[in-house]
Design a protein around this ligand. Structure first.
Ligand SMILES: [Zn+2]
Length: 405
């Protein structure tokens, strides 16, 4: 089949236009539903209109530009950023989708690209709100309760200010799309390290979140003898060391785990902590490894409780939903990469992405371009122009192959 290519200069110009909206150092500060995020949505609306797509925004702030073709491929990513973060995490996938629509929609007769920008992939108000809403995994009650994690704005208030409150939410319709394709920066250093051009995503890890609570006895730090203390802080630290020693024995090759937050209660210099709370997160694309990690963690906690003097409990806050990417999409990405002389590797994604939830509604796939130094979620995040343009060529050609199949 003919090889399709992107207009590299146009892709770079669009990404730089978005970089200028909420600019922060060399990155951006564009939290969900903030004025710069809303400005980026208006920017996208204008681009969609200018290229023959009909944009609409729903009640959670999702933007979808439709071309009205009988056979359609949905493409996209997100426009908001983490706080004071990078310029490519999200916008790369939206601009590639826009470029695919610009290149392919005028030449394909009854097939075409629809472009999506999902709201709040970065979880300012809650994890992947927009894409979860689209696949029917976001309740009105969760929206009622959702509060922005930095400034405490209520999601309902932010949607009202944006003018999106009360609108219906888009819902994935069975059979509407042949699939979903998303491009993203890798956010790791595997591609750069192995000098490869394109990552073909096989699966997206699920994220399991646990809370571990250690109960001791709160008391005076000056008068309580060491021998009779039940210090929850010390017990928490001992448990972490024990988990670090034991978990590698049961982990899979890609399992990762993190204690990202420890709270000591009451957390004062002259008080022995009576309670410690630890947020413990496990990620893997294979739930069997997570089950082994959880079992080993529970065993370590049981051993600690037998030894005393504190009492520890673990609670599951959220179970993960690993997502598997479509084999057809993976093969199309590889064929497009080969046509453009780009090297590929199949790899799982350790980060969550909108494609994860889209995959529950339709065949979905993702391609990664290299991240310089593997840095992301930081304003220094970057990818070379050559890699951005190469990725755009492969993306557009992948879309053409999927629509031709
Ligand atoms: Zn992202």
């Amino acid at each position: 089949m003919p090889r399709f290519s992107a207009d590299g200069a146009r892709v770079l110009a669009d990404l730089h236009a978005l970089r200028g909206i909420g600019a922060y150092k060399t990155g951006v500060h564009r939290p969900s539903l903030s004025p710069p995020h809303l400005e980026s949505i208006r920017w996208l609306e204008a681009q969609l209109k200018a290229n023959g797509l009909t944009p609409a925004i729903d009640g959670i702030g999702n933007v979808i530009g439709t071309a009205g073709r009988r056979k359609a491929l949905l493409c996209g990513s997100h426009l908001e950023s983490q706080n004071h973060s990078g310029w490519l995490d999200g916008p790369l996938g939206v601009v590639y989708a826009l470029e695919a629509a610009r290149v392919l929609n005028p030449v394909l007769k009854d097939a075409g690209i629809d472009v999506a920008a999902w709201c709040d992939e970065e979880g300012h108000f809650g994890p992947l709100l927009g894409s979860r809403s689209y696949v029917g995994q976001l309740s009105d009650e969760e929206m009622d309760a959702a509060v922005e994690r930095t400034e405490g704005r209520r999601l309902r208030d932010a949607l009202a200010t944006a003018g999106f409150a009360g609108r219906p939410r888009f819902k994935a319709e069975a059979g509407r799309y042949i699939g979903y394709l998303e491009a993203h920066i890798e956010q790791g250093d595997l591609l750069e390290h192995d000098k490869l051009d394109i990552g073909v995503v096989t699966s997206i890890v699920g994220i399991w979140q646990f809370k571990i609570v250690v109960s001791g006895v709160q008391n005076h730090a000056g008068t309580t003898r060491m021998a009779i203390r039940k210090d929850a802080g010390v017990a928490a630290a001992q448990l972490l060391v024990e988990l670090h020693r034991r978990l590698p024995r049961v982990a899979g090759p890609r399992t990762v785990w993190t204690v990202g937050n420890i709270t000591l209660v009451p957390g004062a210099p002259s008080i022995i902590p009576g309670r410690a709370e630890l947020l413990f997160q496990v990620r893997d694309a294979d739930p069997q490894y997570v089950a082994r990690i959880e079992a080993e963690t529970r065993a370590a906690i049981a051993d600690a409780n037998r030894a005393g003097p504190c009492e520890t409990a673990i609670e599951v806050l959220r179970t993960g939903q690993p997502a598997h990417m479509s084999a057809t999409v993976q093969e199309a990405i590889e064929a497009a990469a080969a046509a453009h002389g780009a090297s590929t590797v199949r790899m799982p994604s350790g980060a969550g992405h909108d494609a994860q939830f889209l995959s529950f509604a339709m065949p979905a796939g993702m391609l990664f371009v290299p991240s310089i130094g593997g840095i992301s979620h930081h304003w220094t995040e970057n990818t070379s122009d050559a890699d951005i343009v190469r990725g755009a060529h492969v993306f557009v050609d992948t879309c053409a192959r999927l629509l031709a199949a």
